[in-house]
Design a protein around this ligand. Structure first.
Ligand code: HEC
Length: 201
């Protein structure tokens, strides 16, 4: 349900931006007649698209367990762009229309940034688990408790994040250092995996 909504939202956003872009270009290049024609032809489509854009957007907001602060900026920009556009087109004011279009583009960019940050976190968590299963289970076991060749019980570790990273990077006694076989990001990812999935379990 939410994914379907997300796809409809993207579709509405793209259509909305496209109509908006054409109108902005026509106004900025003084093609008044063409602009009027275009506005007339797309009036109903634009109403449907704008409504769909806002309705799917509001629905998605209500589905988010936690609303990132960038999201407030984004919604604020979209809301601010609407009166700017209405007044701008009525008075044929190029500055207002450009500003309004600029707001929409920036808010679209912010949406992409929020998405990327989320995707980055999920990927880091996934690869942390994969790395652990490839390189660490031999001594530590899938649950961190195996203790082969004197390995410490990772579910009972008292080390803070930096301590985990330190030992994985430089090794300790029979545990080899991983600084040459894992990147700093991968070491961060395994350390996070230990903290979220093994520690205290
Ligand atoms: C060859 C066996 C071996 C492998 C493979 C191994 N470890 Fe270890 N690990 C140990 C031993 C032994 C210790 C205890 C070192 C000591 O304190 O003397 C240890 C300790 C640790 C500690 C410190 C825990 C604490 O509370 O002191 C962490 C964290 C750790 N290992 C993470 C990892 C991770 C992550 C991997 C995989 C990338 C890994 N280990 C692979 C043997 C291994």
């Amino acid at each position: 349900m939410a994914t379907g909504m997300l796809h409809s939202h993207y579709l509405f956003v793209v259509l909305f931006t496209l109509i908006y872009l054409i109108k902005t270009i026509l106004l900025l290049s003084d093609k008044d007649e063409l602009l009027e024609k275009f506005k007339k032809k797309t009036k109903i489509v634009e109403m449907i698209v704008s409504f769909g854009f806002l309705a799917t957007g509001v629905f998605l907001l209500t589905q988010m367990p936690h609303i990132p602060s960038l999201m407030y900026v984004k919604v604020g920009l979209v809301l601010a762009s609407i009166p700017l556009a209405v007044v701008g087109y009525k008075k044929k004011n190029k500055v207002l229309v450009t500003l309004s279009f600029f707001f929409i583009v920036v808010s679209f960019g912010l949406a992409q940034k929020v998405k990327k940050e989320k995707a980055g976190k999920i990927i880091a968590a996934l690869s942390g688990k994969e790395i652990f299963e490839q390189k660490c289970v031999l001594c530590h076991g899938g649950d961190g408790k195996l203790g082969m060749s004197g390995a410490k019980d990772l579910s009972a570790t008292a080390l803070p994040h930096t301590g985990l990273v330190e030992i994985i990077t430089n090794g300790k006694n029979t545990m080899a250092a991983y600084k040459s076989s894992l990147s700093a990001e991968q070491i961060e990812a395994v350390a996070s995996y230990i903290e979220t999935d093994l520690k205290g379990k």
